[in-house]
Write a protein that binds this ligand. Structure first.
Ligand code: ATP
Ligand code: MG
Length: 171
């Protein structure tokens, strides 16, 4: 890619993760190399199974898979740091056209690391790289640095009717 931009998908409505997955598939179809670094999540999300069929999409999870409530544990923080190190390494290597920092905003919100860590990554982005950060609660500083910000606005969500995440639809 000649010029890559910084995109943020945030807001409370459904569609942030799936928008980034859709973009990953489109990019892969165009022959681009995609890396998805997923914070907080761990385990058998259906998208991980589906994306394993693409040779130019890699997904790696850096989460303990449990809800971070209050202060994150040392393990949570360690996993967050590992994810950040990988992103820095990927940027240095320069082999990928699209890097998706999945739930990056939530990682900041849960205090796995500070927003300045994401800002440093944005600032070190080479021109050719497209960088996508997803997750509710994008901070003003991250929004300011992004070139594209989409807020998924919740008009209605069946979550409020007690419908939990369903396999194949939310996970
Ligand atoms: P998708 O992965 O379907 O694109 P998303 O990435 O926009 O959705 P997240 O913010 O990552 O959604 O939400 C993860 C899960 O949290 C949802 O699948 C849902 O089960 C649950 N959820 C949805 N709305 C709420 C809410 N208002 N409060 C707490 N949890 C919610
Ligand atoms: Mg999500």
């Amino acid at each position: 890619m000649k010029k890559g931009y910084v995109q943020v998908y945030t807001g409370n409505g459904k569609g942030k993760t799936t928008a980034s997955l859709g973009l990953a598939i489109r990019a892969a179809g165009a022959g681009l190399n995609v890396y998805i670094v997923q914070f907080l999540k761990q385990g058998d999300y259906s998208e991980i199974k589906a994306l394993s069929k693409f040779e130019n999409i890699t997904v790696k999870q850096f989460g303990l898979g449990k809800f971070v409530k209050g202060n994150p544990s040392d393990e949570d923080i360690f996993a967050g740091q590992e994810g950040l190190s990988l992103i820095r390494e990927l940027i240095k290597e320069g082999k990928h056209d699209l890097i998706i920092i999945e739930e990056g905003n939530v990682a900041v919100m849960c205090n796995l690391f500070g927003e300045e860590e994401l800002i440093k990554i944005i600032d070190s982005k080479p021109d050719e790289l497209e960088l996508v950060i997803t997750g509710r609660g994008a901070t003003p500083a991250i929004i300011e640095r992004a070139d594209l910000v989409t807020e998924m606005k919740e008009i209605k969500h069946y979550y409020s009717q007690g419908v939990m995440a369903r396999v194949g639809i939310e996970k």
